[in-house]
Design a protein around this ligand. Structure first.
Ligand SMILES: Cc1cc2nc3c(=O)[nH]c(=O)nc-3n(C[C@H](O)[C@H](O)[C@H](O)COP(=O)(O)OP(=O)(O)OC[C@H]3O[C@@H](n4cnc5c(N)ncnc54)[C@H](O)[C@@H]3O)c2cc1C
Length: 434
C-alpha cells in the first residue's frame, strides 16, 4: 500500500509494482500533489513545480524512462531586485558567489557589504549549522540578506537562519570545513550542462504518466495507521463513515504534517517538522505589455526589500513551449509566502492578484491589465529542514518497523529529483527485512 499520490507516492508505487500488488491511496480528488496544471487564458500551465534540477539524474531519468521529451529553459537571464533596482543575479552556489567582481558590478550589495564579502576568514564549522549563520559568519549579513535569502526563499520558502546547511546545501558545509568559501566557489568547475530541465506542456504532466497502469484510489484520505499482526491496518474516510484497509507493507508518501500524525507513537520528530505556506499567482498579459522585458526570465526579491512578492517567473520567456502555447498572450507567475510570513497569504485571491500586479508594475514596469489570472495556494507546501535534520532523519528511518517506509519532500530534499530518490529508497526499504 502506498499512501499519498504525489510524485513520491507514484514513483514508489511504480517501483514496487514490478513485483508486488500495489494500491495508491490519495486523499484528494486528483493525483500529482504539487505537480499540477491549470488553464490560464486557455493555456495549460504549471501552477506548482515548473522545473527540475538537471544536474541530478533522477527526475530527467524518470521522464525519459517514461518516453517523455525533456526540454531546458531558454538562455534568458534572471534578475534580483536589490537596493531599489532590478540587477543582474550573480552566479553563485546558493548565494555564495563564484566571482566577487561580478557581484560588485551587479550593484546587489552596498560598498560596506562588498568589503565584508571580500574579507572572508576561515572559522571552524563542526556540526550542522543554519545556512544563514554559516554564510553570515564567513561573508557577512548582507550576503545572507540579499543573495542567500532570495535563493533559499525560492526553493524552500524558508529563512536562511533556520534552514539546515547539512540538509539544504551540504556542498556549502563541506566547503566551509575545507577552507575559504569564496576561493572554492571561484574554483568550482563551470559546466555547459543546463542546470534545469522541464517537460513541454509542464511538469504537471508527469504524475499521470507515472501513474499509468497503477491502481490508484482518489478521495481516500488515510486518518490512522495501526498494527495488524505483522502487517498494518489503515483507517480511511471520514470520522463518521470510517473504512479499514489491511496491508502487509505501507509506504507513507505524504507531506510532513499528515505523515507526522500517522507516525505518532511510531517515529519521533516528523510531527515537529514545520512547513511554509506559499501561493503562485499566474497572469496572462497581451504580448505587447511585456515586450520591454525581452531576454529576462524573471526576478527574485529578497525579504529585506519588504515587497509583496518574493519572485516572478516570466514563463513566456523561460520556456519556449509556454511562449508558443500562449500565442497572443504572455504568461508569467509571481510567488508569495515565506516561513513565518503566514499573514502575507491571509488575503483574498483578488488581493493576491492585486498585490502581484502592483509589484510587477513597480519592479518590472508591467502596467497592463491581465487578460486572465489564476491563484494557487499551497498551504503547508514546503517542509522546513531545521538544523540537525539529517541526523533526525536517520533516527526516523531506524525507528520504523519492518514493512513501513517513508518518502517525500520532508525527507531528503524538496526538489523533484531528491523526492524521486527518496521514493526509490522507500520502495527498496519496505520490501527488505520481511
Ligand atoms: C509552489 C511550489 C513550487 C515548486 N517548484 C518546484 C520546482 O520548480 N522544482 C522542483 O524540483 N520542486 C519544486 N517544488 C517542490 C516539489 O514540487 C515538491 O517537493 C514535490 O512535488 C513533493 O512531492 P511529494 O510527493 O513528496 O508530496 P506532495 O506533492 O505534497 O504529494 C503528497 C500527496 O499526499 C496526499 N495526501 C495528503 N494527506 C493525505 C492523507 N491523509 N491520505 C492520503 N493522501 C494524502 C496529497 O493530497 C498529495 O497528493 C515546488 C513546490 C511548491 C509548493
Amino acid at each position: 500500500m502506498v499512501v499519498g499520490g504525489g510524485i513520491a507516492g507514484l514513483t514508489a508505487a511504480r517501483c514496487l509494482s514490478a513485483a508486488h500488488d500495489v494500491l495508491v491511496l490519495e486523499g484528494s480528488p486528483v493525483i500529482g500533489g504539487k505537480l499540477r496544471l491549470a488553464s490560464v487564458a486557455g493555456v495549460s500551465v504549471d501552477v506548482g513545480a515548473e522545473a527540475m534540477l538537471n544536474r541530478r539524474p533522477e527526475g530527467v531519468a524518470l521522464a525519459r524512462e517514461l518516453g517523455l521529451e525533456v526540454v531546458h529553459p531558454s538562455l534568458a537571464t534572471s534578475r534580483i531586485f536589490s537596493r531599489g533596482a532590478l540587477r543582474p543575479l550573480p552566479r553563485s552556489l546558493m548565494g555564495v558567489p563564484f566571482d566577487v567582481d561580478e557581484v560588485a558590478a551587479s550593484g546587489v550589495l552596498s560598498e560596506a557589504g562588498l568589503a565584508r564579502l571580500r574579507a572572508e576568514d576561515v572559522t571552524a564549522v563542526d556540526q550542522d549549522v543554519s545556512v544563514g549563520d554559516l554564510v553570515a559568519d564567513r561573508l557577512g549579513d548582507e550576503v545572507v540578506d540579499r543573495l542567500v535569502e532570495p535563493l533559499l526563499g525560492g526553493v524552500y520558502a524558508g529563512r536562511a537562519r533556520h534552514l539546515s546547511a547539512a540538509a539544504a546545501v551540504p556542498q556549502l558545509l563541506q566547503m566551509a570545513r575545507r577552507g575559504l568559501l569564496l576561493e572554492q566557489a571561484a574554483g568550482l568547475p563551470r559546466s555547459d550542462v543546463p542546470v534545469f530541465a522541464g517537460l513541454p506542456g509542464g511538469m504537471g504532466r508527469l504524475p499521470a504518466v507515472v501513474a499509468a497502469g497503477l491502481q490508484v484510489r482518489t478521495d481516500a484520505p488515510v486518518r490512522e495507521l495501526g498494527r495488524d499482526g505483522d502487517g498494518w491496518v489503515l483507517t480511511l474516510g471520514s470520522a463518521h463513515r470510517p473504512e479499514t484497509v489491511l496491508a502487509r507493507r505501507v509506504v507513507l508518501a505524504l507531506p510532513a504534517a499528515p505523515a507526522g500524525r500517522l507516525l505518532a507513537g511510531i517515529a519521533p520528530y516528523v510531527d515537529a517538522i514545520e512547513s511554509a505556506s506559499v501561493a503562485v499567482v499566474t497572469l496572462a498579459f497581451s504580448r505587447a505589455a511585456v515586450e520591454h522585458l525581452s531576454g529576462l526570465s524573471g526576478f527574485l526579491v529578497p525579504p529585506v526589500e519588504q515587497r509583496g512578492i518574493k519572485a516572478s517567473t516570466f514563463s513566456f520567456a523561460k520556456w519556449d513551449w509556454v511562449r508558443d502555447a500562449g500565442g497572443e498572450h504572455a504568461i508569467l507567475r509571481t510567488s508569495l509566502g515565506r516561513m513565518g510570513e503566514e499573514r502575507t497569504l491571509q488575503a483574498s485571491d483578488e488581493a493576491l492578484v492585486a498585490r502581484s500586479l502592483a509589484e510587477l508594475s513597480a519592479l518590472a514596469g508591467i502596467s497592463a491589465v491581465p487578460v486572465d489570472t489564476h491563484v494557487q495556494r499551497w498551504g503547508g507546501g514546503l517542509p522546513q529542514y531545521a538544523v540537525g535534520h539529517v541526523l533526525r532523519m536517520e533516527q526516523v528511518r531506524s525507528s520504523l518497523p519492518a514493512g513501513l517506509a517513508v518518502c517525500g519532500a520532508w525527507c531528503d530534499g524538496v526538489g523533484i529529483p531528491a523526492v524521486i530518490a527518496s521514493a526509490r529508497r522507500a520502495a527498496a526499504d519496505v520490501v527488505r527485512a520481511q
